[in-house]
Design a protein around this ligand. Structure first.
Ligand SMILES: [Fe+2]
Ligand SMILES: [Fe+2]
Length: 303
């Protein structure tokens, strides 16, 4: 069972505090779930919400997604499946919030949704049921509504406090989903909580050895999308080759499993080999961008 303290408050989009800073998760979760966010919530098709479908179709035309989703028939089937995914209202409202105030996060949520659906389709036998239950992509960064926008969008190295606020999003998302779903075991809640964990225990918030394939699929999609996108802290994105090499190196270090990497590499090839037949090169030929300050702590705060 979790025995973690919440370092920062968890609150809803309309500023209702669900847990104050310092609350112990194991002691507070029963009360959080009994509150149930005002009762069972309505859920609506995510792709029919606002401009989501148009935005998604546009984003899928940009490289490298244009190659990854370049198989027309499969992509049409995948989109049909994604159209059947329903999301609870507070998460849909968070999409509106990010679209207006932090477009990068909005875009990232749509792409992680698409990519994790594609990966799960290849790797998980009952993926349909699991994705429907989890709606993993759209929910994974829900907790970012509890992170100040100036931290999400900051282009200089973060201070320690800012980094802790940013990392707060995983537990905050878990608490919010427990609150809205009334269930502390839900797959979407676990994905929100654990998508920054790694197989070798080097992640956060708990440093556990990640061993849930659905969570790992979201983790890999999350990392890949972050690498190939311009970020506030790294205006130049990784070239696709360097991004694939970076994520391959994570498998070499034991942070991620090889299967998720093989699927990513296979879908980046025009001929789309079956992922198990796809050999992943561990040779490093790409050049990471030079202006990357990810993970750097502000100078005067280093020990
Ligand atoms: Fe995240
Ligand atoms: Fe993310």
């Amino acid at each position: 069972m979790l025995d973690l303290k919440i370092d920062h408050p968890v609150f809803t989009l309309d500023n209702k505090v669900i847990l104050p800073a310092g609350a112990s998760l194991s002691e507070s979760m029963e009360a959080v779930m009994q509150d149930l966010g005002g009762g069972p919530l309505e859920a609506y098709a995510m792709l029919k919400h606002g401009t989501v479908l148009d935005d998604l179709l546009h984003l899928l035309t940009e490289p490298p997604y244009s190659v990854i989703f370049g198989h027309r028939k499969e992509t049409v089937d995948l989109l049909k499946f994604m159209e059947s995914i329903h999301i609870i209202t507070p998460v849909l409202e968070s999409l509106d919030y990010f679209r207006e105030r932090d477009f990068y996060t909005y875009r990232h949520i749509l792409m992680v949704f698409s990519l994790s659906t594609l990966l799960a389709h290849e790797l998980v036998r009952d993926y349909g049921e699991l994705i429907r239950e989890a709606a993993t992509g759209p929910m994974h960064d829900f907790g970012k509504i509890c992170v100040p926008l100036e931290v999400l969008k900051k282009s200089e190295p973060l201070t320690r406090r800012e980094r802790s606020l940013l990392e707060h999003h995983s537990l905050a998302g878990y608490v919010l989903l427990c609150y809205y779903l009334g269930d502390k075991q839900s797959l979407s809640g676990r994905v929100a909580r654990d998508h920054h964990e790694r197989k070798d225990g080097s992640g956060y918030p708990r440093g556990i050895n990640l061993d849930d394939l659905m969570v790992e699929i979201v983790a890999a999609s999350d990392i890949y999308d972050a690498l190939i996108s311009p970020r506030p802290y790294r205006p130049t994105p990784y070239e696709n080759r360097a991004a694939l090499e970076e994520i391959t190196a994570m498998a070499e270090r034991g942070e991620l499993g090889w299967a998720v990497i093989q699927v990513l590499v296979a879908f980046n090839r025009k001929d789309k080999p079956y992922y198990k037949d796809c050999e992943v090169s561990t040779e490093r030929r790409g050049t990471p961008p030079s202006d990357n300050i990810y993970g750097r702590i502000k100078q005067d705060e280093r020990e």
